[in-house]
Each structure stands twice: as structure tokens, then as C-alpha cells.
Write a protein that binds this ligand. Structure first.
Ligand SMILES: Nc1nc2c(ncn2[C@@H]2O[C@H](COP(=O)(O)OP(=O)(O)OP(=O)(O)O)[C@@H](O)[C@H]2O)c(=O)[nH]1
Ligand SMILES: [Mg+2]
Length: 364
């Protein structure tokens, strides 16, 4: 008998699930989550981690594309340092370094070349060890660079191997600027999630408006290290200040007045190192909290919070390093729980309806 009951219960649960899934397809439980933030804040990195959490596999073509991009990222990063060295008038004193620098500076990928030649890779590896190049790197707050620069140079030997296949970490650290809008979909119980990722650079933002309708949650991503960095689009502009202005525009947009908003303060790993060397007052002159990470993070959070003009909007804040899956798992759980709580009524109603239907038409 007990066995029969449990079978029936199981069946009922399945029916609830099927019903809710169907409801999801009819847009009732179709949750659109929108990722916004300035360029390089880490939006696409969050998506990559979500794909990994939901076991959306990376096929061979994608892997090859990651491999090609990581090669391009590596060369670009060294070319950026060489150009910055010239602008900053940092002389390369070693003649061997000078020679290597000229070779790397003039190297260009042919259209169908996907890998840097081994000789270029070895030049880059040697250049990174050079003291003058390190002096340029020390002054990186004065020019634009990619955050994953050291990662590329430290792993270059592996990238140069004949049978190089990017690891999961390599894929996470590869930088590909998003243009346009990309949607990643997955199911979690009865909910069909659509996570919308957009390009964050200034010229991409005019497209954002097309994604503003019917958003169940807004995830605003900020690069914490940006307090001592300049922007790609405008090297005279501080990245954190740009992010704050952008957040002010987004969170006070009437279309998001009722939308649960999550502030993801990202790149905590870089921030923790940076705060030991550069005081936060460089970006916020009135800051007096010193190098204490907790105090500094709280201060930044308050700066964002203070941009919200309506008193009834709750801001959920998390401090994360999107490069680590566990951080995204944790924050995503918070997002999900909040959404389920917010939409509990719809969920409960749907569940009650199916139960009612079942009791009024007893099974044969
Ligand atoms: N060190 C570190 N690097 C990170 C972290 N999150 C992202 N990155 C790196 O930051 C770079 C930019 O990340 P993206 O995810 O491409 O940034 P985005 O916001 O999608 O940028 P756009 O597409 O231009 O809007 C990538 O090289 C990432 O590997 C982090 O937590 N720590
Ligand atoms: Mg992106």
C-alpha cells in the first residue's frame, strides 16, 4: 500500500513539474535575467561559469575558437606593454630585448592564422622577464591593458604546445569582447532561464534598450580593480567612475523600478592585491579607510547604493571573483532564491491548480 501511495505521489510530482514546465514555455515561468555593466567588468565570464554549472558543453569548434583567441590575447597584451613603454619613455636597455620587442611589435596575425608562431611566443616569454618591461607593467594604471595579462604570459609554454587544448580555466580567462546581444538558456526545475549578455563598451550600450522589457532580475557587474584603471574606449576616464555613472543611469530607469537588482562587485582577487599598493582615495578622495579590504569593499558598495534615488529599491550585493566557479554558484543561488521568493505566488498557484485538477478527477 505504502508503495502505491509513493508511486502516486511521484506521479503527481511529475505532473506538477510537467505543468510548470509547460507554464514556463508559455512565458509564465520564463525568467529573463539581464547582465549589465561596463566593458570588461566580467559579464561574459559569469555566463561562461553558468554554462559550466548547468553542464552546457563546449564543443570542439568553440574550443578551437578559445585557443585562437587566447593566442591573440597573448600577443596583444605584449604589444600593449611595448606601446605603453614608448609612450611612457621607458627605454629598453638590453639590445636583445630591443630586438625581440621590434619583432613582436610588428607581428600581425594573417587572416587564417590561428596560432602565434613559436618564435613569437618565446620572444614574449623573454620580454615578460625583462626588468624594463616590468617597469612598464608597474605603471599599468596609466594605460589600458587586459586584466588577464600575467595569466597569458605565465602559461605561454603550454599555449605553444602542438596539441594545446584550452583548459576550463583558459576558457574563463580568454577575453572576447561581446558585440550585440547573446542569450544563454537552461532549465532549473520548472523555470526556464534566459540569461541575456550584452556588450558593455560605450558603443555597444545603445543596443541595451532592446533587452529592457520583461526582465525578472538585473545583474549589474562591476570590475572592482577599476578604481585604479583607465578605460579602453577613453584612457582618460577611470573605470570605476564610469561604472558608477552607468549604474546610476540603469538603476534609476523607471523600467527597472520593480526589478530585483543584484550588484556583483567582481574581480575581488585583483582588488585584494591592488588595495595593498594603491589607496582607494586615488578614486574616491574622501576615503579614509586605508588598506583594510573589508572597509574598502563596504565603502565601494555604499557608493553604488547611494546612486539609487528611490528608497524602496533593495540592492543585493555580492563580492566575487567570477574566475572562480564557486563564487558564481553561490551568487547564482542567491539570485534564484530571491526570484523564487518573489514569484512564489505564481509557483504556488500553479501547484495548487494541478493538485485541484488531480483530486477532482481521481485516477483510474
Ligand atoms: N582576475 C580576474 N579576471 C577576471 C575575473 N572576471 C573576469 N575576468 C577577466 O576579465 C576579462 C573581461 O571579462 P569579460 O567577461 O569578457 O567582460 P565583459 O563584461 O563581458 O566585457 P564586454 O563584453 O566588453 O562587455 C576576461 O579576460 C576575464 O578573464 C575575475 O574575477 N578575476
Ligand atoms: Mg562580454
Amino acid at each position: 500500500m505504502g508503495c502505491t501511495v509513493s508511486k502516486e505521489q511521484n506521479e503527481q510530482n511529475n505532473q506538477v513539474d510537467t505543468y510548470l514546465r509547460q507554464a514556463g514555455k508559455d512565458a509564465m515561468l520564463d525568467f529573463r535575467v539581464l547582465l549589465l555593466g561596463a566593458g570588461e567588468s566580467g559579464k561574459s565570464t559569469v555566463v561562461k561559469q553558468l554554462k559550466s554549472i548547468y553542464k552546457i558543453t563546449v564543443d570542439d569548434a568553440e574550443l578551437q575558437s578559445y585557443a585562437a583567441n587566447i593566442h591573440k590575447n597573448t600577443v596583444l597584451c605584449m604589444q600593449v606593454l611595448l606601446e605603453a613603454g614608448e609612450t611612457l619613455n621607458i627605454e629598453l636597455s638590453n639590445p636583445e630585448t630591443k630586438k625581440r620587442a621590434n619583432t613582436v611589435r610588428s607581428f600581425q596575425f594573417e587572416q587564417d592564422t590561428k596560432q602565434m608562431p613559436v618564435s613569437i611566443g618565446l620572444d614574449i616569454e623573454e620580454l615578460w622577464k625583462d626588468q624594463d618591461i616590468q617597469s612598464v607593467w608597474e605603471r599599468r594604471s596609466e594605460f589600458w591593458f587586459l586584466d588577464a595579462t600575467p595569466y597569458y604570459f605565465e602559461n605561454i609554454q603550454r599555449f605553444l604546445e602542438d596539441d594545446f587544448r584550452p583548459t576550463e580555466e583558459d576558457c574563463i580567462m580568454t577575453r572576447v569582447r561581446t558585440t550585440g546581444i547573446s542569450v544563454t538558456e537552461f532549465d532549473e526545475g520548472p523555470v526556464h532561464f534566459r540569461v541575456v549578455d550584452v556588450g558593455g563598451q560605450r558603443n555597444e550600450r545603445k543596443k541595451w534598450i532592446h533587452c529592457f522589457d520583461d526582465v525578472k532580475a538585473l545583474l549589474f557587474v562591476v570590475n572592482l580593480a577599476g578604481y585604479d584603471q583607465v578605460m579602453f574606449e577613453d584612457p582618460t576616464q577611470n573605470r570605476m567612475q564610469e561604472s558608477l555613472t552607468l549604474f546610476g543611469q540603469i538603476c534609476n530607469n523607471p523600467i527597472f523600478a520593480e526589478t530585483p537588482t543584484f550588484l556583483m562587485l567582481n574581480k575581488k582577487d585583483l582588488f585584494e592585491q591592488m588595495i595593498q599598493k594603491t589607496d582607494l582615495s586615488k578614486c574616491f578622495p574622501e576615503y579614509k579607510g586605508g588598506a583594510d579590504t573589508k572597509v574598502a569593499l563596504e565603502y565601494i558598495k555604499n557608493q553604488f547604493q547611494s546612486k539609487i534615488q528611490t528608497s524602496n529599491k533593495t540592492l543585493h550585493t555580492s563580492y566575487i571573483a567570477a574566475r572562480y566557479k564557486k563564487d558564481i554558484k553561490f551568487t547564482w543561488d542567491e539570485v534564484k532564491n530571491e526570484l523564487l521568493e518573489e514569484n512564489k505566488k505564481i509557483l504556488l498557484k500553479a501547484t495548487r491548480d494541478i493538485k485541484k485538477k488531480n483530486t477532482s478527477s481521481p485516477s483510474k
